[in-house]
Design a protein around this ligand. Structure first.
Ligand code: GDP
Ligand code: CA
Length: 316
C-alpha cells in the first residue's frame, strides 16, 4: 500500500500523478479534516471533496476546487433570507454536502460517508479522514481574535496576521479506522505537498498517527510545498512562522525531521539540497510544480525512487 498524507489541492494533483504509476487500489490517502465546517447546517469537508472532485475529473478548472459546470441558484435564493454568503456552495457541490449531512445524522461515520462519496464519483483509491472525531483548526490573530480556519482564509481572505494555530479537539481524537494500519503496513509513506501547519499538522496532531509514522518500517518521503522560498498557493508562508518554522524547502524539512527519510525539492531550491542532507534526510531535486499530470507523475516517480534508495540504505 502507498499511503499518502494529504491536504487539498496540492495533494489532489500529487495523487493524480501517483495513480498514473501505481494501481489506484494500492493507494490510500489520509486526509486533513481540520478545515471542515458546518455551513447553513451542512457538513462541508473541503479537502476530502477537492481530492474527490480532482480524481473524478469534475473539479472546476479555473477555481481548482468545487465542481466544474457549477451553477449557484440555491446560493442566490438563500441571499433572499439574509444568510451569510461568504462561503459559496454551488448547486452540484451542495448535493455532496446534503448526502454527507444526512448520512452523518443517521449515525454513519465520516469514514463511511467518505467511502460512499468516492464510490459515487468512481474514485478508485481509498480516502480516509485522519479522524472521525471533531477537530477544528482555529487561528488566533495578533489582534487576539479566535477564528475558524475558513473564517480566517475565506471570509477574511487570509489578511489577518496570525499569532498561533490551534487544532481544537485533536488531543481527544482517535485515528479513523484503518489509518494507523495504513501507515504501519505501508510499502511507502508519502507526505504530499500540503500545508505543513494546517493540513499535515492536523493529521500529525491526532494522537497515534505521529507515533505510527515513527514506528513504520516504510520509508517516509515528502515533497516540499515551498518552491524558491514561496508557497505555490495558499497561506503556508503566513502560518509556518507561527510554528517557528522557516519558509523554505529546508525549513519545512527541518519541521518534519523526526519523520522523514527523504525529501523532494524543486530545481529552484537545488542549492538547499546539502542542507537537507545535513539533517540526515535523503534529498532529490526535480520539477515539483504540478501544472499538469505528467509533471505530477514524474514527481511521484522521483518520490518512489528516493523511497527505494532510502530503504536500501537502511537495509530494509
Ligand atoms: P489546500 O489546497 O488549501 O488544502 O492546501 P494544501 O494543504 O493542499 O496545501 C497547499 C500547499 O501545497 C501550499 O503550501 C502550496 O504551496 C503547496 N502546493 C500546491 N500546489 C503545489 C505544487 O504544484 N507543487 C508544490 N511543490 N507545492 C504545491
Ligand atoms: Ca485545505
Amino acid at each position: 500500500m502507498y499511503t499518502v498524507l494529504a491536504g487539498g489541492g496540492g495533494a489532489a494533483r500529487f495523487l493524480r500523478g501517483l495513480t498514473r504509476l501505481v494501481p489506484p487500489s494500492e493507494v490510500l490517502a489520509v486526509v486533513n479534516v481540520g478545515d471542515d465546517l458546518t455551513h447553513l447546517g451542512l457538513r462541508v469537508c473541503p479537502d476530502l471533496d477537492s481530492i474527490t472532485y480532482w480524481l473524478a475529473g469534475v473539479v472546476h478548472p479555473e477555481q481548482q476546487w468545487g465542481r466544474a459546470e457549477e451553477t449557484h441558484v440555491v446560493a442566490s435564493e438563500l441571499e433572499r433570507f439574509g444568510h451569510e454568503a461568504w462561503f459559496t456552495l454551488g448547486d452540484r457541490d451542495l448535493a455532496t454536502h446534503l448526502h454527507r449531512t444526512l448520512r452523518l445524522s443517521q449515525g454513519a461515520s465520516l469514514s463511511e460517508v467518505t467511502a460512499e462519496v468516492t464510490r459515487a464519483f468512481g474514485v478508485d483509491l481509498r480516502l480516509l479522514p485522519a479522524t472521525d472525531d471533531p477537530v477544528e483548526t482555529r487561528i488566533t490573530t495578533v489582534d487576539d481574535r479566535d477564528l475558524h480556519f475558513q473564517e480566517y482564509w475565506v471570509r477574511e481572505r487570509g489578511r489577518p496576521e496570525v499569532a498561533s494555530v490551534r487544532l481544537a479537539g485533536a488531543e481527544h481524537a482517535v485515528p479513523a479506522p484503518g489509518v494507523v494500519e495504513a501507515i504501519e503496513s505501508a510499502e511507502v509513506v508519502l507526505l504530499a505537498p500540503s500545508n505543513p501547519v494546517v493540513s499535515i499538522g492536523m493529521i500529525l496532531a491526532v494522537p497515534g498517527i505521529r507515533a505510527a509514522l515513527e514506528r513504520t518500517a516504510a520509508p517516509v518521503v515528502g515533497v516540499s510545498p515551498i518552491i524558491g522560498g514561496e508557497v505555490v498557493r495558499g497561506m503556508a508562508h503566513r502560518l509556518l512562522p507561527a510554528v517557528g518554522a522557516e519558509v523554505s524547502a529546508v525549513g519545512v524539512a527541518r519541521h518534519y525531521r523526526q519523520l522523514l527519510d527523504g525529501w523532494v525539492i524543486d530545481h529552484a531550491d537545488a542549492a538547499l539540497a546539502d542542507e537537507v542532507r545535513d539533517l540526515r534526510i535523503a534529498c532529490a531535486v526535480t520539477d515539483t510544480m504540478m501544472d499538469d499530470v505528467e509533471v505530477a507523475a514524474a514527481l511521484a516517480g522521483t518520490c518512489l525512487d528516493l523511497a527505494a534508495s532510502a530503504r536500501t540504505q537502511a537495509g530494509r
